[in-house]
Design a protein around this ligand. Structure first.
Ligand code: SF4
Length: 333
């Protein structure tokens, strides 16, 4: 069955198409045809397959060139879970509770998980893999701040196909978890733009970087979005007592971002700070300056300060004349 939650429609999937639809990675017509060939169906008239997709609006069949503008087909793109993403700080003291933590998060809808492991050992890797066995996670990633042998990383990938990426960040060895948390506190770069309809719509109502994301600290305290929230002892307590306030601070409320054309699609993990006189600001500048349409690595880039834009605890002001003069110099009249 394909259940269309928005319209309340239910579409039975014909048995002869079921396997094709399950295997389908995308709605790009070239790939649909290629996949059918590859898995041995030949190019046999798959028009019925394409017709079904179009009729039920399971998707739209697009030329492959359009793929980069659309998210690949996924059966969880509008998944109704309370939580979708999670970050767990894994240490020797909480590893034995990992399976219980992940299972509980999964009960509330978690599907993507990122592990931060400041002090990684073979035992931690083994226990981590074991505790993932019975969970409903779709994809997980690990960031490790300890030197580990290549064979252990290989073993991790061999043990579980859901492991998407392992990053080893030796720079943060001394800082431990504090340094690792900084990895999640950065202004966006071009690659952090997520351009698809779902992300755009989410950005209209929420701050996408924090929406439906739970952070579990090394002492097993749960908070929304970031590690610096109040922190609750259990997930139930978090959900019962705390609304995800940081996710409500949409980009339209934050200085600079509210003037930026990327505000619906960027993924900015910096913490918005409230100003006592009203309004929100960030403590550090973004890599993109929307007033001159330049990224920091582009020729002609100027910082916000150089453009006469001030955003801090005292207030927000823009020197329009200076910006006009810089734009005239950069882009002409
Ligand atoms: S200035 Fe633009 S790119 Fe930078 S964080 Fe704000 S919305 Fe995103």
């Amino acid at each position: 069955m394909v259940i269309d939650l928005q319209r309340g429609d239910i579409h039975p999937v014909p048995m002869e198409l079921l396997e094709l639809i399950e295997r389908q990675r995308t709605n790009a017509i070239d790939i649909v045809v290629h996949d059918n060939e590859r898995i041995g169906y030949g190019v046999i008239n798959r028009q019925d397959h394409i017709d079904y997709i179009l009729k039920t609006e399971v998707g739209t069949v697009v030329p492959i060139a359009f793929l980069r503008y659309r998210k690949a087909m996924s059966f969880e793109w509008d998944y109704p879970g309370k939580i979708v993403d999670g970050v767990i700080e894994v240490t020797a003291s909480n590893i034995d509770f990992l399976n219980a933590m992940v299972s509980k998060l999964c009960d509330f809808g978690l599907r993507h998980l990122h592990f931060l492991i400041p002090d990684c050992t073979c035992i931690i890797i083994e226990k981590l893999l074991n505790s993932m066995d019975s969970t409903a996670i779709n994809k997980y990633y690990a960031t490790i701040a300890t030197h580990i042998e290549r064979e252990h990383v290989t073993k991790m990938f061999e043990s579980d196909g859901r492991l998407g990426q392992v990053e080893i960040v030796s720079d943060f060895c001394e800082d431990g978890i504090v340094g690792m948390r900084r990895l999640f506190d950065h202004s966006p770069r071009r690659i952090n733009m997520i351009v698809n309809v779902k992300h755009y719509c989410e950005g209209l109502r929420f701050n996408s970087a924090f929406n439906r994301r739970v952070w579990v600290s090394e002492v097993m305290r749960y908070s929304w979005g970031r590690p610096d929230g109040p922190g609750y002892e259990s997930l139930e307590e978090l959900i019962m007592n705390d609304t995800n306030e940081i996710a409500q601070i949409i980009k339209d409320k934050v200085d600079i971002c509210k003037d930026c054309e990327f505000r619906r699609v960027c993924y900015d993990t910096r913490k918005p700070i409230v100003r006592s006189g009203g309004g929100w600001y960030h403590a550090s500048e973004c890599n993109y300056n929307p007033y001159i349409c330049k990224w920091s690595d582009e020729e002609g880039y100027r910082t916000l300060a150089e453009c006469g834009v001030v955003s801090n605890a005292e207030g927000f002001s823009i020197d329009h004349d200076r910006i006009a003069a810089i734009n005239a110099e950069l882009w002409g009249e």
